[in-house]
Structures are given as structure tokens and as C-alpha cells.
Design a protein around this ligand. Structure first.
Ligand SMILES: Cc1cc2nc3c(=O)[nH]c(=O)nc-3n(C[C@H](O)[C@H](O)[C@H](O)COP(=O)(O)OP(=O)(O)OC[C@H]3O[C@@H](n4cnc5c(N)ncnc54)[C@H](O)[C@@H]3O)c2cc1C
Length: 304
């Protein structure tokens, strides 16, 4: 079986090589694009051939992918998910009518088919599925241990070529440097807060508790009241603190699935029927504007 790996990041390439070997591939090709292309020489000893494309232009990645696919006819095309890998592989799946599966956490080859387990319902459940090859499998990160890099193999350099997508500028994200993944206490803020200045209540509470502030998607992504690295959820950060205090957050699955690793979840919501109360360990039915000042005052008194 021939396997074509598509990788934007080096660690993803190393994990995918392990996956390809575990699945019994007899020929492994690697399309290394973007930052991984810079490491092409160092990775080349692990596979039969590396195609190095320094661009991460999605159209250019897809064009390269398509020509390798046509030339090599791999049975399996795999990658660890990243935005650009997903983009390129979706195009390939559409163009050649290939089955494509995402969020895969376990995979095996059975004859001419691939069997895998993948997360569904915001990863609250798993579905076991089987598709005929050729097929595209997008792995979640860290499903496979990374291989050690090894130089000494063949590298073919690819050109970006003509594309309709032109990069006309890159700007820095606004980041706070907050490491929510490592915090022991996280105060989560949601749309229950009416304006940005009111988040001061959450910051005061977090400071007293020695914690960090994170937010639901509307707060971080839509209103931009918090930097993007404070965004909690399936499209943001996954957290597993000792204490998660969710304040004015309704408890949507896309938020909750990323906080379920918390030891204790306390929810503050003025709606007693808010879905979050079904998943919280402790629930406070209260208006946050009344409850937080009292809580902050009480903690201050206790601390002297
Ligand atoms: C593909 C996709 C990906 C997504 N990814 C994410 C993600 O990564 N992270 C994420 O968070 N969401 C994500 N979402 C959005 C998600 O579905 C919800 O819309 C979002 O989590 C809701 O945010 P919220 O709880 O802050 O707001 P709301 O759902 O509006 O809830 C606000 C809550 O505040 C309560 N409230 C209002 N006023 C007060 C008050 N004065 N005191 C106390 N409580 C009050 C209300 O009763 C309500 O329950 C995603 C959605 C999609 C479709």
C-alpha cells in the first residue's frame, strides 16, 4: 500500500510517518509544505520521497497534491489536521470523489479498506466507520507518537506556480500570552456580560483566586473583548483546570466539550434552565452583576 502524507508542521509529519508505518505502508511519500518544507532534508530518511513546497498557499498546496496523487496513485492519504492541510485535502476529496474522514483517533487497514474511529458530536461520542481505499484520513494530533527525524533520502523541490490566491499581507494576532491550558483555576466569561468593561468583575475574581480569565467564542472571537488565546472551546483552547467557573455561559456543546477535563465546574447563570447546569458540579442561579460583587467582597474579607 502506498501512503501519501501531507504535512504543514514538522511534528505532524513525524506523527504521520509513524501512522503510515504502523498501517503497513510499503511506500511512503511526504508532501512537506510551509514550515515543514524547510526541514525536508532532515525528514527525507524516513520516507521514500519528500516533495518540498515552501509555500502554504492553499491553491499551490492543492495543485502539488493533485499532481503527486495522479503520479503515485496512493491508497491512503493521511495528515494531522491543520487549516491548510484540511483545505488542500478537501479539494482533493472533491475533485476525485474520495472518502475523507476527520477527527480520527484510531485507524487500521483491513484488506482494501480503512477502518477508523472518529469523534462526533463535538467529540462527546465516537463513530466507528469503514471506507474503501483510496481514502483520506485526517488524524487528530497526538494519536501517534512522532518518529525521530532522519536525513539522507530523496527530496524533490516544488515551485509555488501560478495561483489565483495571492497573499497581500500578514498581520500579527492580538495575543495575551495567557496559558489557559496550564492554569489551575479558570474564570470563563460568556455573553451574560453586557459590556467589555464589566469583565473587570471576572478579572478581579480571577486575581483573587490566582486564576486566569478565558471566554466563550462570542466574547473572544465575535466581540473581541478578550485576545484569541483566551478563547475556550472546540475551536479555541481545551482546558483542564482544578476549578472552572463559567459565568454567564449557556453551556453549548462546542464550549463544554473543551472544559470537561476540569476537576470541578461551577456555573453562574441567571436562567435556571441553562444547559450548563446539567454539566456543572455546582450551580448558582443568580444575576452575575449581583452575585460577583458579593463573592469578590466575601473572598476579600476572608483573605483579610
Ligand atoms: C462550528 C462551531 C464552533 C464553535 N466553537 C465554539 C468554541 O470554540 N467556543 C465557544 O464558546 N463556542 C463555540 N461555538 C458557539 C457555541 O455554539 C455558542 O454559541 C457559544 O458558546 C455561546 O456562548 P455564550 O454561552 O457566551 O453565550 P450564550 O449562549 O448567549 O449564553 C449566555 C448565557 O448568559 C446567561 N446570562 C445572561 N445575562 C446574565 C446575567 N446577568 N447573569 C448571569 N447569567 C446571564 C444567559 O442565561 C445565557 O445562558 C461554536 C459554534 C459552532 C457552530
Amino acid at each position: 500500500m502506498r501512503t501519501l502524507i501531507v504535512a504543514e508542521y514538522v511534528r505532524d509529519a513525524l506523527e504521520s510517518v509513524r501512522a503510515a508505518k504502523t498501517l503497513g505502508s510499503d511506500k511512503v511519500l511526504l508532501l512537506a509544505f510551509g514550515p515543514t518544507a524547510l526541514e525536508a532534508e532532515n525528514l527525507s530518511g524516513l520516507v521514500d520521497k519528500v516533495y518540498a513546497l515552501s509555500s502554504r498557499n492553499p491553491e499551490s498546496v492543492y495543485n502539488s497534491l493533485r499532481s503527486i496523487y495522479e503520479e503515485e496513485e496512493p491508497g491512503l492519504i493521511i495528515g494531522v489536521v491543520s487549516k491548510n492541510v484540511k483545505d488542500a485535502l478537501s479539494r482533493l476529496a472533491g475533485a476525485y470523489d474520495l472518502p475523507m474522514s476527520t477527527e480520527v483517533v484510531e485507524v487500521s487497514v483491513e484488506g482494501d479498506s480503512v477502518k477508523y474511529r472518529r469523534g462526533i458530536l463535538s467529540e462527546r461520542a465516537y463513530s466507528v466507520e469503514k471506507v474503501p481505499m483510496p481514502a483520506i484520513i485526517l488524524l487528530n494530533p497526538r494519536v501517534f507518537e512522532p518518529e525521530e527525524a532522519k536525513p539522507g533520502g530523496e527530496v524533490v523541490k516544488l515551485e509555488e506556480g501560478n495561483t489565483r490566491v495571492k497573499s497581500i499581507g500578514i498581520s500579527r494576532k492580538q495575543l495575551s500570552g495567557v496559558k489557559l491550558e496550564e492554569a489551575e483555576i479558570v474564570v470563563g466569561v460568556g455573553r451574560g456580560f453586557k459590556k467589555k468593561e464589566d469583565l473587570k468583575l471576572a478579572f478581579d475574581l480571577a486575581e483573587l483566586l490566582g486564576g486566569q480569565v478565558g471566554g466563550s467564542r462570542p466574547i473572544a472571537a465575535d466581540f473581541k473583548w478578550l485576545p484569541e488565546d483566551a478563547w475556550i472551546g472546540i475551536s479555541g483552547k481545551r482546558i483542564s483546570p482544578k476549578l472552572y467557573m463559567a459565568i454567564g455561559i449557556s453551556g453549548a456543546p462546542q464550549h463544554m466539550s473543551a472544559v470537561m477535563g476540569s476537576k470541578v465546574i461551577v456555573a453562574v447563570n441567571k436562567d435556571k434552565n441553562a444547559p450548563i447546569f446539567k454539566q456543572a458540579d455546582y450551580g448558582v442561579v443568580a444575576d452575575l452583576y449581583q452575585f460577583l460583587p458579593i463573592l469578590i467582597k466575601k473572598i476579600r474579607e476572608r483573605k483579610g
